[in-house]
Design a protein around this ligand. Structure first.
Ligand SMILES: Cc1cc2nc3c(=O)[nH]c(=O)nc-3n(C[C@H](O)[C@H](O)[C@H](O)COP(=O)(O)OP(=O)(O)OC[C@H]3O[C@@H](n4cnc5c(N)ncnc54)[C@H](O)[C@@H]3O)c2cc1C
Length: 380
């Protein structure tokens, strides 16, 4: 059989993982990335056991483990510092495998380096996708590409989705904004876990190189920017919160924090049409509260390639992909949204009730509750 060809729109985590999964199964792939270079925001990413298994299936599990470290400190605290719950990371690891954290740029590099250079094209923005006989045609700023399969991995604002599903609902604002930074604390510091206040939240994650990935979340109008700069805004929002939050905010250079409003995609009725499949945020952009968006993109990629092997007819494989991936990713997006809503409560009574519930929940409940998300295995 002649080599099968695929165009992957978007060279983020999902697009590069899809390209690698297809390449490993003998496809000739062209990745079209609109940015002038492959890159990611300056932030960390948590990879859960399901995502790590997907990376192992992609042949980069070991490389990821070498550049990451297991998350040892997790749980939820009050702004004053008292722990409401402390995750038993050992039990979580024994039950599911560890959660590892690394810099996003490192994850992207590992995926990119596993692909032949000739498959990667930057500065190519996808504009439209259309059927061309038995194949699919992709119009982009560098010309027109044709392939047996097109994967739309071009993120939440996906041009592939808009082109193939012009009536699908667009992203909606979740009501809160996130600031992220990787900060050098200037001294050894063990940081981990989240702190939930009234409608505000901070998360800290230690990175393997001694730096700390910090994210801060607060309700805000969409598109808002602090008139006197984001560090000043963060100082106001999180003034008086427990150590080392003020220390890290003070150590962050003026431009360290990137700010993003959180949007999510309303559930799509399908992820596939003919020989076009959506993957990652293009298919199911979810709120980040469960830290699963990237993990799900990795699962999508591995599943898609495996199903294309199992069903030689592309349309049949894509129908199977839709059946397998849509219910799961939409269930995880729902769970992530619920968690986000609980962290936004600001009435003192509701927050007190929430915190009591967290305090009374045994640590052993967490591995059980996460089982439907983390128990995923790559298709054989
Ligand atoms: C604050 C925050 C924290 C998060 N934390 C975690 C976490 O800890 N763990 C986790 O698993 N997930 C996390 N996520 C989610 C995760 O970042 C995303 O789900 C993941 O990056 C999606 O990858 P993707 O490749 O599908 O999309 P993207 O990362 O958006 O990549 C899309 C790529 O396509 C390119 N592109 C866009 N349009 C075009 C076009 N028209 N033509 C060509 N190229 C195009 C873009 O330049 C980009 O490179 C977090 C998200 C946020 C916002």
């Amino acid at each position: 059989m002649s080599e099968r060809t695929a165009v992957v729109a978007g060279g983020g985590i999902g697009g590069l993982a899809a390209a690698l999964a297809l390449h490993r199964r003998g496809w000739d792939v062209e990745v079209l990335e609109r940015a002038p270079a492959f890159g990611e925001v300056g932030a960390g990413i948590s990879l859960w056991a399901n995502g790590v298994r997907a990376l192992e299936a992609l042949g980069v599990g070991r490389a990821v483990r070498d550049r990451s470290m297991p998350e040892r400190e997790a749980g939820i605290r009050e702004p004053g510092g008292r722990w409401l719950s402390r995750a038993d990371t050992g039990a979580l690891e024994r039950r599911h495998g560890s959660v590892v954290v690394l810099h996003r740029a490192h994850l992207l590099d590992l995926l990119r380096e596993a692909l032949p250079e000739r498959m990667l094209r930057t500065g190519a923005e996808v504009r439209a996708v259309r059927r061309a006989g038995e194949r699919v045609e992709v119009e982009h700023t560098g010309g027109v590409s044709r392939a047996d399969l097109v994967v739309g991995a071009d993120g939440i604002g996906s041009a592939v989705r808009r082109s193939v599903w012009p009536d699908a609902p667009g992203p909606r604002y979740a009501g809160y904004t996130v600031w992220r930074a990787v900060i050098d604390p200037g001294r050894p510091l063990r940081a981990g876990g989240e702190t939930w206040g009234r409608g505000r939240r901070v998360g800290l994650v230690s990175l393997p190189d001694g730096r700390v990935y910090m994210f801060c979340v607060a309700d805000a109008p969409a598109g808002g920017r602090a008139p006197d700069g984001e560090p000043a805004e963060l100082g106001r929002l999180f003034s008086g919160w427990h150590a080392p939050i003020p220390e890290l905010l003070a150590a962050a250079p003026e431009d360290a924090f990137v700010r993003h409003d959180i949007h999510e995609l309303p559930p799509l009725r399908t992820y596939v049409s003919g020989r076009v499949a959506l993957l990652g945020d293009a298919a199911h952009a979810m709120t980040p509260n469960l830290g699963q968006g990237g993990n799900q993109a990795l699962e999508d990629a591995v599943t898609l390639a495996a199903l294309l092997d199992r069903h030689p007819a592309v349309e049949r494989a894509l129908a199977a992909y839709d059946r397998e991936r849509r219910p799961r990713t939409q269930m995880i997006a729902r769970r992530s949204r619920w968690i986000g809503e609980a962290t936004r409560w600001s009435s003192p009574l509701a927050v007190a009730a929430r915190n009591t519930l967290i305090r009374l929940t045994p640590a052993s409940a967490m591995p059980r509750a996460l089982a439907p998300v983390l128990d995923w295995r790559p298709p054989t």
